[in-house]
Design a protein. Sequence first.
Length: 136
Amino acid sequence: MIKYDKDGVRLNQTGWRDEWISNRHRTWGFDCPATDIDFLMVEYTNRNPIALIEYKTIGSLKYLGQDKALLDHLPVSRLAMMAGLPSFICAYDQKEIEFWVKATNAKGEVELTSDKWVKMDETTYIGFLNYIRMTK
């Protein structure tokens, strides 16, 4: 269950982030929102960015729920659109070596050719990363 303080600011419950700054930022109040990024990668070719991908463990995605993960990712998605880049969330299962990829903006949907979660094995995922490089 997600816990909130008296002002409606969500409390850090996991300790996964840098706990001091996370907790300090939360004291600045409800009107000072921010989102943490689990593991953001800037995919690039020839030193030019081609996509933003936020990686999440499959366990954290199940814990948060898909809708919550997508909402938390929205500022990153919008930042990517401002830069003219596709944006994705990639949930990975390190035990099974599987990847679930979801485009989070219109440019991402064009590159992934889907607006749904797409399950990929490692070879297919590497192929997808190479594909988006070749389209640039």
